[in-house]
Write a protein that binds this ligand. Structure first.
Ligand code: BES
Ligand code: ZN
Length: 458
């Protein structure tokens, strides 16, 4: 199995230039979390809009209460099925800037890796779809299927406005299936199809003590310290074996089918290599599960950030007036973010010490997702990945979240294919984020071949 010769020829001619075009997209600092970047985020949407317009797509930049959705449609394949491609043009903040080898928004290739914020998450993977469609249209003058591309600018801040958007445009977005490249392959050379994603429930915990910071000598010992109170609250969330101690937390956890767990155990995964890669002295978590089971099939409760008191140079004897933690739970089927929020609030209220006021604020959430990977979309994807990468894909799980995946399935009633081209160690959300240039090149070939396969099925 290889990709059609006419497409391969054009990909070979165009791939260097397409990579350069991706550089332009990556230079736009579309950081959705930061309002000072709103103009840049809008510029990234416009960049996509203009590209699709040039390709002959009917394209619209649709406003939302947050960043706009770019909706590009090509519907000239009469009688052929319609597929929806989803991706996001927003990126995570680049900080800490001093840890980047080359600046976050100055794309650079070193050792076959394209370094830039958004290279793999998700501009590079989204652009692989754009490039595949563009090459297809250049070579054939037509596409084998009808295509809707939906690119959002709020994935990295929780996609709060996207489900209402899909709901509102349900008729227009009707399709046979959704295709997403916003995830990673299991290992270099091993293409992968995701069978699950974890969900998310994200909170901020604020602890307020005395009316202001106090002298820790004049007041310490007689006034409850909000930093200590927060530490006590956080320490109640797990037992010594990593089990989450929030009442009812595991009630809705649906065990993964034994066949799926079996599949995970057969994947070539070296836990010691994983430990070395993360640079930790030993690994943690529930001892009865393998690392892959911990990452893909178990829920978590993690502190993402902590703030209180004096953190500058040297020492300051102060009893802080407030403390704050960002805490998020990764969820697995069938845990519901809203229910986890209620359980978290009840738990914190129960364990909060007297003398401080504690509030738990919900920041955002998304449902977990699991697929059975049956049907023509997945069969076509297996063949397309084989054609581009020279081997069958592995079925893998994922510990991260893409909140909209479950919404697509629920609202549009169609299967979602997650076929990503990232790699372990790609530093998504961290300094020196990179995408493998080889995966970008093979990824766009796989995408083109996928649409060819799906068109041939009519
Ligand atoms: N592309 C990621 C999701 C992902 C992460 C897939 C790791 C495969 C491997 C996505 O952009 C992301 O970061 N999602 C957020 C969602 C959150 C902000 C609601 C996540 O998982 O933290
Ligand atoms: Zn991300």
């Amino acid at each position: 199995m290889t990709i059609p010769a006419d497409l391969e020829k054009r990909f070979a001619e165009r791939e260097g230039q397409l990579l350069n075009d991706l550089f332009d997209f990556l230079r736009i600092p579309s950081v959705s979390a930061r309002s000072e970047h709103n103009a840049d985020t809008a510029r990234a949407a416009k960049w996509l809009h203009d590209r699709f317009a040039k390709m002959g797509f009917a394209v619209e930049t649709c406003p939302t209460p947050g960043h706009p959705v770019v909706l590009a449609e090509w519907r000239k394949a009469k009688g052929a099925p319609t597929y929806l491609v989803y991706g996001h043009y927003d990126v995570q903040p680049p900080e800490p800037l001093n840890l980047w080898t080359t600046p976050a928004f100055e794309p650079t290739v070193r050792d076959g890796k394209l370094f830039a914020r958004g290279s793999v998450d998700d501009k590079g993977q989204l652009f692989a779809h754009v490039a595949a469609l563009e090459v297809f249209l250049e070579v054939r003058g037509t596409l084998p299927v009808n295509i809707i591309v939906l690119a959002e600018g709020e994935e990295e801040v929780g996609s709060e406005n996207l489900a209402p958007f899909i709901e509102k445009h349900k008729q227009r977005l009707a399709c046979e299936g959704v295709v997403i490249s916003d995830s990673s392959m299991f290992a270099p050379g091993i293409p992968s199809i995701l069978s699950s994603l974890r969900g998310l429930a994200y909170f901020q915990i604020d602890v307020r003590g005395p009316a202001s910071d106090l002298h820790s000598g004049s007041y310490g010992g007689a006034v409850v310290n909000p930093a200590m109170a927060l530490a006590r609250i956080l320490a109640t969330m797990h037992d010594a074996n990593g089990k989450i101690m929030i009442d009812g937390f595991y009630d809705d956890v649906l065990p993964f089918p034994p066949a799926v767990i079996d599949g995970m155990r057969k994947l070539p995964f070296d836990e010691e290599h994983f430990r070395q890669e993360v640079g930790a002295s030993s690994l943690g978590g529930e001892p009865q599960f393998t690392v892959l089971e911990k990452l893909w099939t178990r829920p978590t409760c993690e502190v993402n950030g902590l703030l209180s008191g004096y953190t500058g140079e040297g020492a300051k004897t102060v009893l802080p007036g407030v403390s704050m933690a960002k805490v998020s739970c990764r969820l697995v089927p069938k845990q519901e973010p809203a229910k986890i929020e209620a359980l978290m609030k009840a738990h914190v209220a129960k364990v909060a010490p007297k003398g401080v006021a504690v509030t738990v604020t919900h920041l955002h959430g998304g449902k977990p997702w699991r697929a059975d990977l049956e049907g023509p979309l997945f069969e076509a994807a297996k063949r397309a990945l084989h054609a581009a990468f020279g081997r069958n894909p592995e079925v893998t799980g994922e510990g991260g979240s893409i909140p909209v995946v479950g919404d697509f399935e629920r609202i549009l009633g169609v299967p979602v294919l997650l076929m990503g081209f990232g790699l372990p160690g790609e530093n998504a959300h961290a300094p020196d984020e990179w995408m493998s240039v080889e995966n970008f090149n093979k990824g766009m070939r796989a995408i083109a071949d996928l649409f060819e396969e799906l068109g041939a099925k009519r």
